[in-house]
Ligand binder design. Sequence first.
Ligand code: MLT
Length: 280
Amino acid sequence: MSNDPKHPSLPVGGRKIATPGGEFFLIDRGQGQPVLFVHGFPLDHSMWNAQLDALSPDYRVLAPDLRGFGRSDVTPGTVSMATMADDLAAMLDALQITEPVVLCGLSMGGYVAFQFWRKHAARLRALVLCDTRAVADTPEAAAGRLATAERAVSEGSAVVGEAMLPKLFAADTFKNNPTLIDQMRQVMATSPPQGVAAALRGMAERPNVQADLPQIALPTLVIVGEHDAISSPDEMRAIADGIPKAEFQIIAGAGHMSPCEAPIEFNGALEDFLSRRLPI
Ligand code: MLT
């Protein structure tokens, strides 16, 4: 349970923080170099639970619910990836964190990480890009997202979650870890429909950042599940090849949700990267 007396039912380290742009929920645990974990779509901070547990003895781990997700404020309409990046900067301000952070984003969280780099590069010490893409949506994919946004509002978030589910996990995860699948299904079904729709519209208009990759002068870990059906290992390898100081890691046996599907292997790769590239 929470250590925030005003919100006793929140998870450990959970707190709400007010920023000029709205109120956000985040997990804030541990001490030391801040590592900011940014979740994928249509999920919330809890997809990082295994990373928060593993890293919080040595790092200050921060895992917000992005605008429109989990317990954070919802803004109907369109929420761009750049707005989400600005929200993260505002959260760091509210927490009075001025030192550069490690930003670890998965999929939509990676789109937000690219925008954070574009707008707030001085606040970054390193990047971890997980199961994400540098390209923009094709016109067909963008049109599909806009239609899905309408469905989320009219039929609810569960419809979106059920459509996503088959693409999120490796076949072995469906077979061997039904508890994880159920947890994710539950999170997706309870995501606020207006938040889901606003993020879909924001993803549909996100820019192609491929031309930015050579300018990213940060230690960067590019990490992907072997069977990722949304952002393939080949596509992720091309991202790593484009970033001068990047290294590339494939998580064997995992799909798109590599941090949840193979937490031991994922955490090993992450901790190894942090200890080598950012010695404490
Ligand atoms: C995610 O996991 O965040 C989504 O797959 C992103 C997307 O739909 O492009």
